[in-house]
Write a protein that binds this ligand. Structure first.
Ligand code: AMP
Ligand code: ZN
Ligand code: ZN
Length: 399
């Protein structure tokens, strides 16, 4: 009798499980690096406006620090940087005796730094094919694996138009090979935002060019046989603010070099003391200094969700928005990011359209970017791994 009940249960549960993993929709997520939220309202970007009319318009809050590597990997895993391990674009790994840096091809490609379960693996391990075109971490062997389709970060091999063509190629594969998740990355408008500042006509131009490019991509997607099954999300990693060489706090005047083993980055600056007895000296020397805040590791305010990871510096220094704490002032009057992730200029634009998203819906409150991972898992019909986000925070966008 017990065996019979077990068999009956299996007959009910097994088909349900098969349906649960995977749906007949496809999700394309595009990251535009440095997509400050208000570019989408103030610049001449008709496609982004079309998406707001025909889909969802929202503002997304990045995680701290508002930098490229930490946030792209947060979008992929739903974990804040302190939890996934990519706590900055570069940091000192004391135990390993090496500096992790996005500019160092060896450490950048070392999977041991990339914690959590990126969505391309969550889905792949539940039988859903995934593809990336240059997403941070997707060319790294993480937990021994990669997305179903991926490529090395060689941006010169695939220009922006080439990446759009690649998205279309992936969605045009035979059904048995076709990925249900495609994640693609574009360096603009970040590149122009740094060089010229967020409000410069050339940054506006870069944004408008990308808008046209993505508009053509969406038109081509709509013409595919699966066009009506495709969800499209366009978002980014962080915003951008104007910087000025005059807004500068001189680290050299405040801290003797003999206290410091190494520093990494500037937004925030991670300071690694030469010996434990210097930690207090560094910390004390930075208290009460205008335009910066400094904390010891483990004492960073809770809202920043930062500074418990062992690789964070002994002292973490965060300048006010638009300011720089370093040993020399910035040369340009362009833009930067990495600041307090709750600051207005660091917020990120978000648009979504497709069968799962409401039409003409504007989300009232900004949501945290850790929620993108559970959202993608929902769209793909897969079970998310433990994460810091919540589907409930973004469920109102869904039909
Ligand atoms: P940030 O200093 O935070 O603005 O970093 C942006 C830089 O990260 C850009 O110059 C990109 O070229 C670079 N970048 C973005 N994705 C990757 C990647 N997957 N691998 C290496 N570099 C990347
Ligand atoms: Zn970025
Ligand atoms: Zn940048």
């Amino acid at each position: 009798m017990r065996r019979l009940i077990y068999l009956l249960l299996l007959m009910v549960v097994l088909p349900w499980q098969a349906q649960a993993a995977g749906r007949d929709t496809y999700t394309v997520i595009i990251s535009l690096d440095g997509l400050r939220w208000d570019y989408l309202d103030t610049y001449d970007v008709p496609f982004m406006q079309q998406l707001a009319r025909e889909g969802v318009k929202a503002v997304m809050q990045p995680s701290f620090p508002s930098k490229t590597f930490p946030n792209h990997y947060t979008l992929a895993t739903g974990l804040v940087p302190d939890h996934h391990g990519i706590i900055a674009n570069s940091f000192w790994d004391r135990e390993g005796g090496v500096e992790y840096s996005l500019k160092n091809p060896v450490t950048r490609a070392d999977g041991k730094y990339y914690g959590g379960d990126p969505v391309w693996l969550t889905a792949k391990h539940q039988g859903v094919k995934t593809a990336t075109v240059f997403w941070v971490g997707s060319d790294v062997t993480i937990n021994g694996d990669h997305p179903t389709y991926w490529r090395d970060y060689q941006t010169q091999q695939l220009d922006f138009q080439g990446r759009v063509d690649e998205v279309l190629r992936l969605l045009s594969m035979p059904e048995k090979d076709r990925p249900h998740l495609v994640m693609a990355y574009f360096e603009e408008p970040d590149r122009s935002g740094h060089s010229y500042g967020p409000l410069h006509r050339l940054t506006r131009r870069a944004m408008e060019d990308v808008d046209l490019l993505l508009s053509m991509m969406w038109t081509r997607i709509q013409m595919l046989p699966i066009g009506s099954q495709v969800n499209l999300i366009i978002t980014g990693d962080h915003g951008m603010t104007s910087v000025d060489p005059k807004r500068f706090v001189n680290m050299k005047e405040l801290l003797p070099a003999r206290w410091i083993e190494r520093t990494c980055n500037d937004y925030p600056t991670l300071i690694y003391a030469r010996a434990p007895q210097y930690i207090d000296s560094i910390y004390n020397a930075l208290q009460g200094v205008d335009h910066i805040r400094a904390w010891k590791r483990g004492e960073v305010p809770a809202y920043l969700n930062y500074g418990n990871n062992p690789n964070a510096g002994d002292v973490i220094v965060l300048p006010d928005v638009g300011w720089l704490f370093a040993d020399k002032p910035s040369k340009t009057q362009g833009g930067s990011h990495g600041f307090d992730h709750t600051a207005a200029d660091m917020q990120v634009g978000f648009r979504a359209i497709g069968p799962d998203f409401k039409v003409g819906y504007e989300k009232a409150d900004r949501f945290r970017n850790v929620c993108v991972y559970p959202l993608l898992c929902y769209l793909l019909g897969v079970t998310p791994s433990p994460n810091d986000g919540s589907l409930d925070e973004v469920r109102d966008m869904l039909r």
